[in-house]
Structures are given as C-alpha cells and as structure tokens.
Design a protein around this ligand. Sequence first.
Ligand code: RIB
Length: 280
Amino acid sequence: MITVVGSVNLDLVASGAPLPHPGETVTGARLARYPGGKGANQALAAARLGQSVRLIAAVGNDDMAEEALKLLRAGGVDLSATHFLNGETTGVALIAVSPEGENLIVVCPGANNALAPSDIDGEAIEHMIGVLEVPVPTLLAAARRATGFVALNLAPALPVPPELLAEADLLVVNETEATAYGDSLRAPGRYVAISLGSDGAQLWKGGTRIASAKPPKIHVVDTVGAGDTFCAALTTALIEGMDDASALKFAVAAGAAACTRPGAQPGLPTRADVEALLKA
Ligand code: RIB
C-alpha cells in the first residue's frame, strides 16, 4: 500500500489563450474546473496504475472539497485520513494553459497548509509519496513512520531540511528544481530522478547516472499533472521490483500519456494506457 501525504486542490483552468506576461491581460480563454493538487494527482495516478493507495491530506469544510475529491473517490483511493477542516478553504490552483500545452500555475494552498504532524499520529505507513505542497514537518513525521520505500517529489522547490532528504529512497525533481537543490540531492544509495519535459528523464543513484529515457511521440494537449504522473509511476515501478531502466521508461511513458488529455486528474493514464504506449 502506498500512502500519499500531499495536497488536494481544485484546479481552475483557463486554456486556449497565450500565456500572459507580468502586467499583461489576455482574453479568449475557455474555463474548466478539474480536481487537482500534486498529492491528489499522484494518489490517483498510482491507483490507476494498479496500486492500493491512501491519501493523508486536508481540505476545507466547503463546497469545493467534494468536487476536488470526486475522482479520487471514483478511483478507489482511501480517503479515511483526509481531513475536512472548519475555518479553512479547500486549496485552489489558478492555471493558464497555452494553445501549445504549456502552463502557468498559482496555488492558493488553504487547508493544505494546515495538515499537521499530529494528523500523522497513529498512522501505519508502508510505502510513501510526499509532496512539498503540505508542511515539511508533516512530511518528516510521515517519512519517519514509513516502513517501506519513501519517495519525495520536491515540488514546488522550497528549502528542505537535510533530515527530510535523509529519509528518502527516491527524490523526484524537474530540471529547475534540480538546479535549485544542487548537490544536496546526492547521497549514497539514494535514487534521484530528474524529469526533463519533452526530453524525457534521467535516473541517478549516489551521484552516478544509471538510466535515461526518451518519451514516446505524442500530441501534447496539456502538461498539467505530467510530473505528478511521472513520480507516481516511477515509485510504483520501483516498488514492484522493475529494473531501473525499465522503471524509468515506464514512468516517462506514463508522464507522456498524461499530456494527451486536458486536466490533471481526468488525463491520468491507466496501466493499460501506459502499456499500449510502450508497445506502440
Ligand atoms: O502538478 C500539477 C498540480 O499542481 C495541479 O493539479 C495544481 O493543483 C498544482 O498543485
């Protein structure tokens, strides 16, 4: 069982207009609402890839909460440790997606910031995925309870204490985050995965590159959630015992599949989707 400790957001997505520069107004976009949040996206991605998944998270006691949790419930993610907090609002992400599928995201964390270390008390955690859209002390409390594989998606890039990094078997970053964290990611025996967008991804261990993979050819519709899918798929594959190169290839294909449909969670691939893309 994978326990995801992370964020739940409602994504308000404006797509089809060029991305604005600071101070600029653009018009002509279409509005859509999707369940999102890096934690929730990774929980659902792992479930669609065949894992049993539990989500430790916090939402507000408001109208947006059920809308944000709808696809997790439908996808069979265990929400018994997802807390509904009075006086907090459910997290919201304001997202702009360009006609080319690139995006800009502004997150209003709301209840995600109130997920406390005490919410981890008494939780049995085997494998874990943590994301930085919830407080670091909460992630640390969870990682210390985990008895299995611990993956941390260091997104968005924030200062992270070495004691949290020390708990991780796998750190997942994109290129920008890899530059921000630098050498602090390296440790003997620890995996570091760097996603490189349309260039695929690399897998490192103890400072040595052990695998790289290119994505299959796809038509990009929306890249929101692709990084989350990559992290969940790589964790899934490594837990399942796939060899390093195959695990990276599987994760890159899963991330690519997530780019072919609009919305973070509606676009998450099933296991069959990923296997079909790998065969194509
Ligand atoms: O990684 C994509 C996610 O980042 C979106 O779903 C949004 O909610 C933000 O958290």
